[in-house]
Design a protein around this ligand. Structure first.
Ligand SMILES: [Zn+2]
Length: 321
């Protein structure tokens, strides 16, 4: 829904992130290049991964040769890499044993548990990129610990394209609901983009329904609208897969609160209070945040669940600008 613009500055951060990936780990940590190195030399003729050893070796060697490029490859570059790797071993012929061994060697689990989580936190990306209504952390329970683990979706699934399993632009933070409904199905949605069409759709509330609600006080009278902004992308599959309509059309209580807040903050007395807030807060945005109860700026839409919905409805109601 809300996408991230990959400008040169953002891409530079990704490249820097990848070039120092796992560098803070202990000496016991098996570096992906070392692990792939071990995988790239197979002894004897017995098929270790259920495919010809020479093919498996060539595939792994191709990862080693372009390791850094693979990690930071953007959407277009990933597609070129896919064609290249398909020339070595078609994705339909990849065995489970083989892709799992690559994913393990490339340390996908470790990346998800620490480095990627830290990067996304620093980048203020905390909600599911598909639905924006949930956080992306799941609790992972081991025998001794409970740990928050980042849930990631591979745009190009790791079972078909294991060489992209730790590629930054292939990893989409996602909530468990969306993860369950999506599984390995592809979507046309690109979270990372280079153009300025960052929002694919926008939320609003039908003005006649607000008038009706003000007369009746009945929540069911409020009609939430979802308008598609980018006419070039077919979002029907996206809506179906992630249940967007069902999630958002039921959030009338948030709309109700915003309507009530508008009454309160339109009062001249309260306007004086707001003016006084200006002296209390150095950040003007904080006042709007307090009023709507969520982040108010478009660039912060991924910081907290429902932020996009709340700020767009608040703007539609003219509670904030
Ligand atoms: Zn989600």
């Amino acid at each position: 829904m809300r996408r991230i613009k990959v400008d040169p500055q953002f891409h530079q951060r990704v490249v820097a992130f990848n070039s120092s990936l796992f560098s803070t780990r202990s000496t016991k940590f098996k570096n992906p290049l070392a692990a792939l190195g071990t995988m790239s030399v197979l002894k004897g003729t017995r098929k270790k991964y259920g495919i010809e050893n020479t093919v498996a070796e060539a595939y792994v060697k191709a990862i080693i040769a372009e390791y850094q490029h693979i990690l930071s490859a953007d959407e277009a570059e990933m597609q070129i890499l896919i064609v290249k790797f398909r020339g070595i071993l078609h994705e339909d012929n990849i065995t489970e044993k083989f892709w799992k061994a690559i994913v393990k060697a490339m340390q996908y689990s470790a990346l998800r548990g620490k480095e990627m989580l830290q990067f996304l936190q620093k980048s203020n990306i905390r909600t599911c990129v598909y639905c924006h209504s949930q956080l992306t952390l799941v609790v992972n329970k081991t025998k001794t610990t409970l740990k928050g683990l980042l849930q990631l979706d591979h745009k190009y699934p790791k079972s078909k394209f294991p060489f992209l399993c730790t590629s930054f632009y292939n990893l989409y933070p996602i909530c468990s609901n969306c993860n369950m409904s999506k599984s390995d199905d592809p979507t046309d949605f690109n979270f990372y983009c280079k153009d300025d069409q960052l929002d694919l759709l926008t939320f609003g509330v039908k003005s006649s329904s607000v008038l009706q609600y003000e007369r009746t006080g009945n929540l069911e009278d409020l009609v939430i609208t979802i308008k598609q902004l980018d006419q070039t992308t077919d979002l029907s599959e996206y809506h179906r897969m992630f249940n967007i309509k069902n999630i958002y059309e039921t959030q009338t209580d948030i709309v109700q609160e915003l309507i009530e807040k508008k009454q309160v903050y339109n009062n001249p007395y309260n306007q004086t209070l707001i003016n006084n807030f200006n002296r209390l807060f150095s950040d003007q945005s904080m006042i709007k945040r307090l009023i709507i109860g969520n982040y108010d700026r478009p660039e912060d839409m991924l910081q907290r669940p429902m932020a996009k919905f709340t700020q767009e409805i608040a703007r539609d109601l003219k509670l904030i600008k």
